[in-house]
Design a protein around this ligand. Structure first.
Ligand code: ADP
Ligand code: MG
Ligand code: MG
Length: 254
C-alpha cells in the first residue's frame, strides 16, 4: 500500500481552480521533489494535504496509509504523521519553544493513544534531537521563532519535525532565503531524518537544494498538475532549460 496516494485532485480557492487533476503516489522511504513555476499550485498542494482552511476540494481523492486524508481534521492528520514545514514559518511571541513542542508532541501522542511524555522524558528526547540536528540548546529557551533569522526559523522547523517524527514531511521552499551554510545545515537535518518508514515531499524552485537533499523522484508541476516526472537528472535539465520545454509538451506524462 502506498503511503500517500493522490488521485485526480481538483482544488479551488475563492472560486478559482488551482489544482486541476493532480496525481501523485509516494511510498514509504521515498523523497519526492516538486518543482514548477510560481503560481503552479505547489504551496496549495501542501496546504491541502495539511488540512488548512479555505481550500475547496471539488474532485479527486487523497489516501494516507489507506485512510481518507481529506476527511480528517488537521490535528488528526498531524497525529497520523503528516507534517508541513511552512514556507514562511510563523512567530509565536512569548511562547517558549520547548513548551510549544511538548504540547504539540503530547497532543499527537494522545490522539494516537500513546502515553504523554513528562518533562524529564521530553527533555531527554529533545536533547537527543538537538545533538543529531547539531543545534544549540539555547534554541529551547527562546520563544517560538521570535527574533529568529530566516535561517534559524527554518532550522527550528526541521528541529520541530525531528521531535514530532512524522511519517510524511512536506517541506515547502525550505531553501528560500538561506545562504549556503544555512542551506547545508537544514539539508543535513532533513537527511538525518531520512528513514525507510519516512517520506518527504520537497518543494523547491532551485535545483541547488537537491544537491543536498537527493530526491528519488522529481516532478514538474505546471498549472495545477504534474506534467512530467523523472529522477534527479530532470532537475538538472530544468535548471539549464527552464520550464518552457515541459509546458510545450502539453499533456501530462504517465
Ligand atoms: P506556488 O506555490 O506553486 O507558487 P501557490 O499554490 O502558492 O503556487 O498558488 C497557486 C495559485 O493560487 C496562484 O495563482 C495564487 O495566486 C493562487 N492562490 C494561492 N493562495 C490563494 C489564496 N489564499 N487566495 C486566492 N488565491 C490564492
Ligand atoms: Mg511560489
Ligand atoms: Mg509556493
Amino acid at each position: 500500500m502506498a503511503m500517500l496516494k493522490i488521485e485526480n485532485l481538483h482544488v479551488r480557492i475563492e472560486g478559482k481552480d488551482i489544482l486541476k487533476g493532480l496525481n501523485l503516489v509516494v511510498d514509504a522511504g521515498e523523497v519526492h521533489a516538486i518543482m514548477g513555476p510560481n503560481g503552479a499550485g505547489k504551496s496549495t498542494l501542501g496546504a491541502v494535504l495539511a488540512g488548512r482552511e479555505g481550500y475547496e476540494v471539488t474532485a479527486g481523492s487523497v489516501t494516507f496509509e489507506g485512510r481518507d486524508l481529506l476527511a480528517m481534521t488537521p490535528e488528526e492528520r498531524a497525529a497520523a504523521g503528516v507534517f508541513l514545514a511552512f514556507q514562511y514559518p510563523v512567530e509565536i511571541p512569548g511562547v517558549n519553544n520547548t513548551y510549544f513542542l511538548r504540547a504539540a508532541l503530547n497532543a499527537q501522542r494522545k490522539a494516537r493513544g500513546e502515553p504523554e511524555l513528562d518533562a524529564m522524558q521530553f527533555l531527554k528526547l529533545v536533547r537527543e534531537k538537538l545533538k543529531v540536528m547539531r543545534i544549540s540548546e539555547e534554541l529551547l529557551h527562546r520563544a517560538v521563532n521570535e527574533g529568529f533569522s530566516g535561517g534559524e526559523k527554518k532550522r527550528n522547523e526541521i528541529f520541530q519535525m525531528a521531535v514530532l517524527e512524522p511519517k510524511l514531511g512536506i517541506l515547502d521552499e525550505i531553501d528560500s532565503g538561506l545562504d549556503i551554510d544555512a542551506l547545508r545545515q537544514v539539508a543535513a537535518g532533513v537527511n538525518a531524518l531520512r528513514a525507510p518508514v519516512r517520506s518527504f515531499i520537497v518543494v523547491t524552485h532551485y535545483q541547488r537544494l537537491l544537491d543536498y537533499i537527493e530526491p528519488d523522484f522529481v516532478h514538474v508541476m505546471i498549472d495545477g498538475r504534474i506534467v512530467q516526472s523523472g529522477d534527479k537528472q530532470l532537475a538538472h535539465k530544468l535548471e539549464a532549460q527552464g520550464y518552457a520545454w515541459v509546458a510545450e509538451r502539453g499533456e501530462p506524462a504517465g
